[in-house]
Ligand binder design. Structure first.
Ligand code: ADP
Ligand code: MG
Ligand code: MG
Length: 249
């Protein structure tokens, strides 16, 4: 599904990713852990095609296509979804309108008709219930005045509506209490599917108790320095990252 080879990327003239490789097959959940500043968010942003990141080497192939040539919205239409560490507020634009516009754009690119308002309202209410967000959040401005947990639930709802093929969650657990964490994890687990893959960036092993990954990778200084199964996350929780750095010198 996703093949990242020797990826190198710069932000503001600074080398951040320095030869990073990962292979993700359909249905797999890959967790990415690593110290602050390692390049985890940069990886998510480069995958999603956000502006401000210059790819200086390597390749990203998604569903057999080199996606480095595509703009962010084209990648979204092809099924790449990035959930942000800090979701943005868009006051004045209703959440419902925003969701409908993004879902219809993706549907259009797949040759499908836009939803009618009635259909979409029904669908959005169903999904807001699934993430435990009261329906009146659909009428409010996008993320306007939402708490951290509410923003994450809202984003999860957006993900459910968009039905992406590759979901990238960047520290979706940061700032969540245990109940909100459970809601996010349940939502992700419901979306797990043989044709859908996840890259879950997290600082803490805690989230991985609920979203059990197939693989865990440690990203340090712009590269994957260690990979393993879910037990690697437990080891990291106990031992920190120092031992890996020693192991790799
Ligand atoms: P992580 O998510 O692993 O904590 P990031 O990918 O956010 O790490 O950041 C990696 C490095 O890139 C850090 O040193 C950070 O300061 C730098 N960086 C990220 N974004 C920018 C930016 N827009 N301008 C300058 N430096 C940046
Ligand atoms: Mg960070
Ligand atoms: Mg980050």
């Amino acid at each position: 599904m996703l093949s990242i080879k020797n990826l190198a990327a710069k932000v503001e003239e600074k080398d951040i990713l320095k030869g990073l490789s990962i292979e993700v097959k359909p249905g797999e959940v890959h967790a990415i852990m690593g110290p602050n500043g390692a390049g985890k968010s940069t990886l998510g942003n480069v995958l999603a095609g956000r502006e401000g990141y210059e790819v200086t080497g390597g390749s990203i192939e998604f569903l057999g296509e080199n996606i480095l040539d595509f703009e962010a919205h084209e990648r979204a239409c092809k099924g790449v979804f990035l959930a942000f560490q800090y979701p943005v507020e868009i006051p004045g634009v209703s959440n419902m309108e925003f969701l409908k516009a993004s879902v219809d754009a993706v549907r259009e690119s797949r040759g499908l008709e836009p939803y009618s308002s009635v259909e979409f309202i029904k669908l959005a209410r169903e999904k807001s219930k699934a993430v435990d967000l009261p329906a009146d959040f659909l009428k409010r401005g996008v993320n306007e005045g939402f708490s951290g947990g509410e923003k994450k639930r809202n984003e999860l709802m957006q993900m459910m509506l968009l039905e992406p093929t590759l979901c990238i969650l960047d520290e979706t657990d940061s700032g969540l209490d245990i109940d909100a964490l459970q809601v996010v994890a349940d939502g992700v687990n419901k979306l797990r599917d043989p044709n859908r893959s996840f890259i879950v960036v997290t600082h803490y092993q805690r989230l991985l108790d609920y979203i059990v990954p197939d693989f865990v990778h440690v990203l340090a200084d712009g590269k994957i320095v260690k990979s393993g199964g879910k037990e690697l996350a437990l080891e990291l929780e106990k031992e920190g990252y120092g031992w890996i750095e020693k192991e790799t010198v």
